[in-house]
Design a protein around this ligand. Structure first.
Ligand code: URA
Ligand code: CA
Length: 434
């Protein structure tokens, strides 16, 4: 096989065979195919697209390019949930214990945050002692015992994707639906998922800002799932404003605790129930969406979901007393209100900008090496459609170091658009793709 022939075939709109795709991915991972050839191929894919079969082949080739997590020691169907990334998105912290309390195993490999989006592991590390570093044998033991564990991603998962994603980043080939879809799905499959629930975000704070694009990405990933025998469903959900009210780490843990008590923000609660319902259905243990949803609601009402969170935290060496007493979670030196400069109705809250403001305060990292401050972040007090009076508090900044404070205040006020005309809240759930 010749790499240049495969590039030409794709350039001219042809369809690569399974063998040809594996040849490219294996050759690239091993370093036999240079970056410039892979970049030319990625650009050809960008213009010509890939068939569903080619996309599925690419997914599997990347999933098999490195270590593959074997979860076969865990009883039951392992349903993974993945979000394409948002701002203030605390759903994993809510969903994990909730779904586990309903008897479905949650074996989650999670990552850290970068840029305007936060990571589940960073949030969990707000809890004293909590650790996500463990051997796979310990991970499976915990899931079998408690139905839930969260582990940090190991170094050697999908090396082909790591290399290709970095290459796409510098060759203007990131925004290709088949390349994004295969990139995301390869990681889930390598992490051992039998079935996958995707939360594809759309709006200002999302990777896919446009709803049509988000739906096309969702459809592409569901199609991959069908081809490779991992049942996949996707929920397309709103990220045109941050989810819930808290954007940070400890404050998002607190928001998750509130939600598990049935006292959380309406949007975070609803999204958790919608995604959780799909997870329970894919587990094969529940017959109908109504049945699944009622069980989840019951687990919140009777406290079993909150108990499950404590058990999960304790199982990974965290301090469950901090769940019972969230005021013992890391606290900032100062809580600074940001008052509204005008009155009117909230028209928009630029989620990405809010995420970047939280990062500036220290809640997130600009580069992979940056440390984060678990205590800091932003609590919003308004959602789209809410009326605001002049001088009323729009947000509270949780602050430890005050260097970026004035800049953050200014940017945050600009990110919350207020005008004297009505605005209706965006629909949280846009569609379900199966
Ligand atoms: N997220 C991924 O994991 N891969 C992409 O290609 C784009 C977003
Ligand atoms: Ca939140």
């Amino acid at each position: 096989m010749s790499t240049v022939e495969l590039i030409r075939k794709k350039r001219d709109g042809g369809t690569l065979t399974t063998e040809e795709i594996h040849y490219l991915i294996q050759g690239y991972t091993k370093g036999n195919i240079p970056d410039y050839q892979m970049a030319a191929w990625a650009m050809a894919v960008f213009y010509r697209g890939m068939s569903d079969k080619e996309t599925a082949d690419l997914t599997m080739a990347m999933a098999q390019s490195g270590e593959q997590v074997d979860l076969s020691m865990i009883e039951g169907i392992k349903v993974d949930k993945h979000s394409t990334g948002g701002v203030g998105d605390t759903t994993t912290l809510v969903l994990g214990p909730l779904v586990a309390a309903a008897g479905v195993p949650v074996a989650k490999l999670s990552g850290r945050g970068l840029g305007h989006t936060g990571g589940t592991i960073d949030k969990l590390e707000s809890i004293r002692g909590f650790s996500t570093e463990m051997e796979i044998s310990e991970f499976t033991r915990l899931v079998n015992k408690s139905k839930i564990a969260v582990m940090g991603q190991t170094a050697d998962l999908t090396p082909a994707d790591k290399k290709l994603y970095a290459l796409r980043d510098v060759t203007a080939t990131v925004d290709s639906i088949p390349l994004i879809a295969s990139s995301i799905m390869s990681k889930k499959i390598a992490a051992g998922a039998d079935a996958i629930v995707l939360d594809v975000k759309t709006g200002d704070g999302a990777f896919m800002k446009d709803e049509e694009d988000a739906i096309r990405l969702a459809q592409a990933m569901v199609a991959i799932g069908k081809h490779v025998d991992r049942t996949t469903v996707a929920v397309v959900s709103d990220m045109s404003q941050p989810l819930g009210f808290a954007v940070g780490n400890a404050i998002e843990v607190k928001e998750a605790i509130d939600t598990l008590k049935g006292e959380g923000p309406a949007d975070l609660t609803e999204l958790s129930l919608v995604l959780g319902t799909q997870m329970l259905l894919l587990s094969g243990k529940y017959g109908s969406p109504e049945d699944a949803r009622q069980t989840l609601e019951q687990c919140i009402r009777d406290g079993s979901a909150l108990e499950k969170l404590k058990e999960f935290i304790a199982g990974q060496h965290g301090d469950p007393a901090q769940i019972e007493h969230p005021e013992r979670l890391p606290q900032p030196k100062e809580k600074i209100p940001v008052p509204a400069e005008t009155e009117g109705i909230v028209q928009a809250i630029q989620a990405e900008e809010v995420g970047l403001c939280a990062m500036k305060l220290g809640a997130g990292r600009a580069t992979k090496e940056d440390p984060i401050d678990h205590a800091v972040g932003i609590i919003l007090h308004k959602k789209i459609g809410d009326p605001v009076k002049k001088g009323e508090t729009l947000a509270t900044l949780y602050v430890n170091q005050t260097t970026a404070l004035e800049e953050v205040k200014k940017r945050l006020i600009r990110a919350i658009h207020i005008q004297n005309r009505p605005a209706s809240p965006p629909a949280l759930i846009r569609c379900l793709v199966t």
